[in-house]
Design a protein around this ligand. Sequence first.
Ligand code: COA
Length: 579
Amino acid sequence: MDRPLRILFLSHSFNSLSQRLYVELSERGHEVSVEFDINDAVTAQAASLYQPDLVIAPYLRRAIPEQVWRRYVCLVLHPGIRGDRGPSALDWAIINGEAEWGVTVLQANAQLDAGDIWASADFPMRAARKSSLYRNEVTEAAVTALLTAVDRFASGSFGSEPLDYCDPAVRGRARPLMRQAQRCIDWLNDDSAAILTKIRSADGAPGVEDEIFGQRYLLFDACEEQTLTGRPGEIIARRDDAICRATSDGAVWIGHLKKIDSEEKTFKLPAVCALGSRAQNLPESPLPLDAPADLPTYREVSYVEEGCVGYLYFEFYNGAMSSEQCTRLLHAYRHACARPTRVIVLMGGRDFWSNGIHLNRIESAESPADESWRNINAMNDLAHAIITTGTHLTISAVRGNTGAGGVFLALAADRVYVRTGVILNPHYKGMGNLYGSEYWTYLLPKRVGGQRAVTITENRLPLGARAAKRLGLIDDHFGATVAQFQQRVQLLAHELAGDSAFASALAEKNRCRLQDETKRPLQLYREEELERMRMNFYGFDPSYHFARFNFVYRVPHSWTPLHLARHRRLDWKWESARH
Ligand code: COA
């Protein structure tokens, strides 16, 4: 790197991609401050306060104000190949069946997405929902392209290239916002593959509009089904909280719905919860925990065994874990513990390992306080079962990002391995000063020490896998891709289950647990944490309930928190001088 830069992030929110880039740039010695895109005046004020060397827009939904891009070099990340323009880049790439896609770093100017190109990176497409591509392939390509662009900027020697549609390397073109009509489902004629593509192109947002039992909904979280069939368009079954709908050549599962209602604001819910009593008479289509892994169907929790190692997968949409999902996972975990294996690997979900209690389910409950209480206790039961497993060694294999209670659930295992690109948010405070539970007061200081535990939880900043390892939060990180990560985890799990390692490691684990228990019983940690959580849920301060409401309803930010906007902190200049 030529010189450390002062970089201002302008972003709609501090989403996973912004967090990853923040971590990567900070690790390279750059100073990064964040400002949310509230309005033009606030953006201009942030720039004038911070006087950045460079402005970066990792995730912006509006144009950068002219007074800012004229004064500073502003690099915009566009999730499309060179020449692609418009607000639905990935949506079109999925609908059009592109084999390869990419990310381009452009310099902001008067025309949206048409500025000079600083760098780009391409990737092969995968049959997955848009948000999954965004959190994996797009994020990795964005890191490559942005770091190249920043190095080029810092070196001062690189001239960016104007967008030139005559250049054969420029394959993209301008495309309009994708409308509902362009991915509308025709249940009588579309086959399952076409329906899955349409729903995936709009998942996480905005969803595909459709009608179920006479009510309009947005559909999310679709998955194939191999055996069930019915009259095209008919809802033919349910499994856990998902519903199955027949197509012209089979059926698809739909896991989540958002009601469309002109009268009230709504949010995403598991399909069966969103449908309420209308889903009650649907026939159940249960699936055994150890059904063949390659069977194309809907499953949240699954268990696979390879020799002495059991792998427990929990693919919960968005990593959110409701009381019922925690209970189902606990049953599966107990099943895994009862098997004659030696090591249990907690695989979590591919995109998110876990993000803790299910805030949407809680928001929809008759008493959100009661449901929060039920949910955190269900999480705690699961964490307790993992911590106290005396028969097996356990590994958390963190393939995707994880936040809040999800991180601490991962720490409940004996070993914690994390994919290198994963972002961890080991703190609760951002959710209305939530104290948190999941035995974090036992698990976190045990790994990082008391002082660091305070810093990590109070800072409320995302941690990259490298920093997490440096701090002692995790045991190791590796794997540039999910596939590489899984391969290495398999290897490590089998090593741990081997005759030479297993017996002594298990004996040592049980000795430590007994020692810890004698020093301070787990029950005491739980009681103290829950006492604080009781105040969050039932006390006079409603901050948690407000924060949850804002989170679930996606209420736009009206200001940037000071832990992100260092340019707005009173001590910033001093801090910066030290930097
Ligand atoms: N409950 C319900 N939904 C959740 C969730 C939770 N605990 N955590 C994340 N989600 C959902 C978001 O609403 C969003 O939904 P969408 O599909 O409508 O977009 C999606 O997951 C992705 O979340 P987002 O915040 O956009 O992702 P991110 O990668 O940018 O940020 C987190 C990840 C974990 C930092 C952030 O989602 C978060 O703070 N989650 C809440 C964690 C929490 O406080 N849990 C409760 C205490 S244990």
